[in-house]
Ligand binder design. Structure first.
Ligand SMILES: [Zn+2]
Ligand SMILES: [Zn+2]
Length: 210
């Protein structure tokens, strides 16, 4: 089983997920959006060791806390990203477009690809490439726990914006149909913003998917 702690951080209220193997305490941070010191303090208090930073995509609001996490852990945890989002990572996740500057933290050294299996103790998470919000957006699916960390692909009653560079509406809808709606109705969706939902709820009520 995965233990999951949710933080809502940063200028646009982004969900950060600190996840850990319940037995061994190996932990990873999915989308450290801001205030890395808070994330590290929570892990330390629980006796968890953060060994990885996994990014769903490279928008600034999903990685603004990576530097703060990496600075407090020795050796710093490697950052994993899909290569199609590396150009976006290089420009601080688009922060300058919004009049902001961020420290994007350590260079990504793990390139994610569709179908890759990530290990966290005895837990396995499958990488699902879901372009449309950005070109290199990925989601992390733990089949055993029925949980999908879906970033900015789909939200409760909504979908990710497609008006930023690299976004494409038809591509996003196709990604949701092939990579989200193919999962069981009861699979939980932990999104990049807003409340948790599940596949069946969005299949039935999401106005963008009807
Ligand atoms: Zn985004
Ligand atoms: Zn976002």
């Amino acid at each position: 089983m995965l233990s999951i702690v949710t933080f809502v951080l940063g200028p646009v209220q982004t969900n950060t997920y600190l996840i850990a193997d319940e037995q061994g305490g190996e932990a990873a941070v999915i989308d450290p959006s801001d205030q890395g010191e808070l994330i590290v303090a929570e892990a330390e208090q629980r006796g968890w060791r953060i060994g990885n930073i996994w990014l769903t995509h490279a928008h600034f609001d999903h990685l603004g806390g990576a530097a703060g996490v990496a600075d407090r852990i020795n050796p710093p945890p490697p950052v994993a990203l899909h290569p199609d989002d590396y150009p976006l990572w290089r420009i601080q996740g688009g922060a300058p477009f919004f009049g902001m500057r961020i420290d994007p933290g350590p260079e990504p050294t793990i390139y994610l690809h569709h179908g890759q299996i990530l290990h966290l103790g005895s837990n396995q998470l499958e990488v699902r490439h879901a372009p449309g919000h950005t070109r290199g957006h990925v989601m992390f699916y733990c089949a055993a726990d029925g949980v999908l960390f879906c970033g900015d692909v789909v939200f409760q009653g909504s979908i990710g914006r497609t008006d930023l560079p690299g976004g494409d509406y038809d591509t996003l809808i196709a990604s949701i149909r092939s990579q989200v709606l193919t999962l069981p109705d009861e699979a939980r969706l932990l999104s990049g913003h807003g409340l948790d939902t599940c596949v069946g709820e969005e299949r039935r009520y999401n106005p963008f998917l009807l």
